[in-house]
Design a protein around this ligand. Structure first.
Ligand code: DP6
Length: 327
């Protein structure tokens, strides 16, 4: 019997951010979040379980990973083994389809693909909600990469109640795109995991963040139901900036923004003034992601090209389909 499976999952970018955990072991977030899943960036992962293996092995883009990364993977594989009632170790081969050196590799697509591949390999029979819960145990944002389109992660209060689900948008996502401005980061990297934990524990602004995030989710869902791009954009830009403001309120404070991030944000404002609605968001790094209607995508790209190299600008559609089994 072959205990293997291969799956493809796409990255997602949060429009309303997940920032802070209520439970670190089960990865239960402090707040709901809402994302779009991207066509351009994805991970394909094949997993094989075998009685003869003496440990888990991860080969990422053809190379063995660091001890640190493999410890994180093995903790996730322990969750899988417990759920499957098996003691078998696994050989995992993973390919990240993101432009090289862009700093866009994502734990969201990685754990969504791995969860789906394990589901297939071990015949776990998990579907949407249960698969989203399993992916969440690897990385919170991975729970959202099980689905395409707009996706909400309901924070819940325990392992059972914390999962993602698609938000009905009448295919509106097909009219939208996201433009990535890839910015080189010379400063020391603070992982999202470390950043959100430090902020949750120490930021004077964190309670303010929590107090407003539900309104933001409701506003974005209302904007989706009305296909009101400008309303959605205003909310997501504010929400992203508010998340980054919580980091400035941490003790000690920190920021993911660098000079070129501000430059990209400025260009977004100029595009809006020129009559091309577009809105930015940022995650745990300096790259700026710009949500735009496809009809205005080229105008915004051209404006960015005035200040950034061509290879720093990458546009992606929003994909409507979720994680797929490919073998
Ligand atoms: C800023 O999902 O990478 O991108 O659950 O600790 O693995 P862990 O964190 P992760 O955090 C993502 C944070 C974010 C916002 C978001 O994607 O919602």
């Amino acid at each position: 019997m072959v205990n293997s499976g291969k799956a493809r999952a796409h990255t997602n970018i949060a429009l309303i951010k997940y920032w802070g955990k209520a439970d670190e072991t089960y990865i239960i977030p402090m707040n709901n979040s809402l994302s779009v899943t991207l066509e351009r960036f994805y991970t394909e992962t094949k997993v094989t379980f075998d009685e003869s293996y003496t440990k888990d092995t991860l080969i990422l883009n053809g190379e063995a990973v660091t001890a640190n990364e493999s410890a994180k993977i093995s903790r996730f594989m322990d969750v899988v083994r417990l759920q499957a009632g098996t003691t078998m170790f696994a050989y995992i081969e993973s390919e990240n389809h993101v432009p090289t050196a862009a700093g866009l590799a994502s734990s969201a697509s990685a754990y969504a693909a791995l969860a789906a591949a394990c589901n297939k390999a071990l015949n776990l029979g998990l579907t949407g909600k249960a698969l989203s819960r399993l992916a969440r145990r690897g990385s919170g944002s991975a729970s959202r990469s099980i689905y395409g389109g707009f996706v909400e992660w309901e924070k819940g209060h325990d392992d059972e109640s914390s999962y993602s689900f698609p938000v009905e948008a009448d295919n509106w996502e097909q009219d939208l795109a996201m433009i990535f401005v890839v910015i080189n980061n010379k400063s020391k990297k603070v992982s999202s995991r470390a950043g959100m934990s430090h902020t949750r524990d120490t930021s004077r602004f964190y309670q303010y963040w929590l107090d407003h995030v539900d309104e933001d989710i409701a506003s974005v869902k209302h904007a989706i139901s009305q296909k009101d791009f400008m309303q959605m954009g205003e909310v997501i830009e504010t929400n992203g900036l508010r998340m980054h403001a919580t980091n400035l309120g941490a003790q000690p404070p920190f920021t993911y923004m660098v000079e070129d991030s501000y430059l990209a944000m400025d260009i977004v404002h100029q595009c809006r003034e020129a009559g091309y609605p577009c809105y930015f968001t940022m995650d745990a790094g300096p790259n700026v992601k710009i949500l735009v209607e496809k009809k205005n995508q080229q105008a915004v790209i051209e404006a960015l090209h005035q200040s950034f190299d061509k290879d720093q600008i990458i546009a992606s559609d929003i994909i409507s389909t979720g994680v797929e089994i490919i073998e």
